[in-house]
Write a protein that binds this ligand. Structure first.
Ligand code: SF4
Ligand code: SF4
Length: 104
């Protein structure tokens, strides 16, 4: 091991840094396509996808409606798009933030 170049190790948990301000594109989940497989949750590099109660969102089928659902926490979502890329049903769209601000 070379002590001149030590491996950087964080002393803070991921929730310490709110990375939501980094975002240019915002992931939006279309729950009518979401099969609640939680692949997005598994691949998200930030604590930005949380698991919420099954009844909170609509689902494409009754059997799926019994499973807990993913929800994006925009305080931590940095807009990297990994979730949209990995989603097997293409239930996540990346939407340009400025176009959302214009609508508000
Ligand atoms: S990866 Fe796609 S289908 Fe699976 S839980 Fe996430 S949004 Fe839903
Ligand atoms: S865009 Fe990136 S940071 Fe945001 S929810 Fe998807 S995977 Fe996580």
């Amino acid at each position: 091991m070379n002590d001149d170049f030590p491996t950087p190790i964080t002393t803070q948990p991921s929730t310490f840094n709110k990375t939501g301000t980094w975002r240019t594109f915002r992931p939006v989940i279309f729950y009518d396509k979401c099969i609640r497989c939680m692949i997005c949750w598994k691949f998200c590099p930030e604590p930005a996808i949380i698991i919420v109660n099954a009844e909170k969102y609509t689902a494409p089928r009754d059997a799926i409606k019994k499973l807990d659902a993913p929800e994006i926490n925009y305080d931590y979502c940095k807009g990297c798009g990994i979730c949209a890329n990995e989603c097997p049903t293409k239930a996540i769209d990346m939407v340009f933030e400025e176009s959302l601000e214009e609508r508000e």
